[in-house]
Design a binder for this molecule. Structure first.
Ligand code: ADP
Ligand code: MG
Length: 364
């Protein structure tokens, strides 16, 4: 991966957005205890912004003068970065705005991007606690190398469009994500607890899944003018949600699933290495699904193997993995959960396509 170092053109100003309620509610203590001295020693000037409520960060980055900032850094879980990316994409000048280098410091209970960035930079070095991960990410911020990152455009049935940097989950994984929110105070182990609870009440989710395989040539960023001056990002691979998928798409014949997970970073959580081959700018959505019929022990084995990225080597016939450019999911089960980057979104049909390398990420 090619990394540039624009943050070395000093003085570089970094805005650090903190969600004081993320994780165990200790993000501010993590900052003063571990990050502050690092930044001072590396002479990185920063401003700390403490978010007051959900969507505060999204509103702020929608309006902020980005010429004043060389990087936006999130000290929280993945949810706060999801707000920031969507705030940047809401702007008239989104094409410029989304080029602002983004950084992540793990302060939440769901620190998937931080774990992924650590993995891309130090593939053979694990970490045993979130504190180690925080130090590693703090070090990368001081080093200031920047690479490109894909974003995925997600269309929901209400015609709302979201931008996602991490994952789209339905079924087992979405239920664990959402249900384990109430154990946030225990930190990252909440996913393991949630998994064990959900296994006890394992269920099948009905739906239709179709995807466009990754074999087609590289997609480029296509835009269109809205008649005024604003360029609109086109999702040229996606038909309208009420039209059938094109001939070139693969329609999955099974309709009974245990989970569908689309992920575009290596890690789904600190200890879940879900997409072993994924890179932040590989231009692919790594689509996994598990069809009904899998036993509880076999599913548990998959999740345990995932800690070391070994689930695809389990020889489990119920697990399918495809690299895709776009996909559509139409849940038929009347009620359920869908999580985008760990955040609950409206339940219903959705489709998504990848936009290679349109954002920038601070990594090692
Ligand atoms: P965690 O990993 O602990 O879930 P996140 O960063 O994902 O931490 O944040 C959890 C949720 O809190 C997200 O939906 C985010 O948008 C929201 N949020 C952000 N700032 C605040 C705040 N100051 N108070 C409450 N919720 C917030
Ligand atoms: Mg979260």
């Amino acid at each position: 991966r090619r990394l540039e170092c624009p943050l070395h053109e000093r003085p570089c100003r970094v805005m650090i957005l903190v969600n004081p309620n993320s994780g165990r509610g200790q993000a501010l203590q993590l900052f003063s205890g571990h990050v502050q001295t690092m930044l001072t020693e590396a002479s990185v000037p920063y401003k700390l912004v403490i978010t007051e409520a959900k969507n505060h960060a999204r509103e702020l980055v929608r309006k902020v003068d980005l010429t004043q900032w060389d990087a936006l850094v999130i000290l929280s879980g993945d949810g706060l970065l999801f707000e920031v990316i969507n705030g940047l994409m809401d702007r008239e000048d989104w094409q410029q705005a989304i080029q602002t280098p983004l950084g992540i410091l793990p302060g939440g209970s769901g620190n998937a991007l931080a774990a992924s960035v650590h993995h891309y930079s130090f593939p053979s070095a694990g970490f045993s606690q979130t504190k180690e991960l925080l130090l590693s990410c703090g070090f990368m911020l001081c080093k200031g190398l920047v690479g490109s990152m894909d974003l995925v455009s997600v269309h929901l049935s209400s015609r709302q469009r979201l931008f996602s940097f991490l994952s789209i989950a339905w079924g087992f994984v979405a239920d664990v994500d959402v249900e384990s929110e109430k154990y946030r105070h225990v930190g990252p182990i909440r996913f393991l607890m949630g998994t064990l609870v959900r296994l006890a009440t394992l269920r099948v989710y009905q739906g239709r899944l179709a995807y466009l395989p990754n074999t087609i040539s590289k997609t480029s960023v296509e835009t269109q003018s809205d008649g005024n001056t604003k360029a609109l990002l086109l999702d040229s691979l996606l038909p309208s949600l009420d039209e059938p998928v094109p001939e070139s798409w693969t329609v999955v014949k099974e309709e009974d699933f245990v989970l569908v997970l689309a992920i575009y970073q290596s890690h789904l959580a600190e200890d879940l290495w879900a997409a072993p081959g994924a890179l932040p700018d590989d231009g692919a959505i790594h689509l996994f699904y598990v069809v009904a019929g899998i036993s509880r022990p076999a599913l548990l084995r998959l999740f345990l193997a995932m800690e070391k990225g070994g689930h695809l080597d389990c020889g489990c016939p119920y697990l399918v993995y495809e690299k895709v450019k776009a996909f559509r999911l139409e849940p038929l089960t009347p009620q359920g959960m869908i999580a985008v980057d760990g955040e609950t979104v409206e339940y219903g049909p959705l489709q998504a396509q990848v936009h290679p390398g349109i954002a920038r990420l601070i990594s090692g």
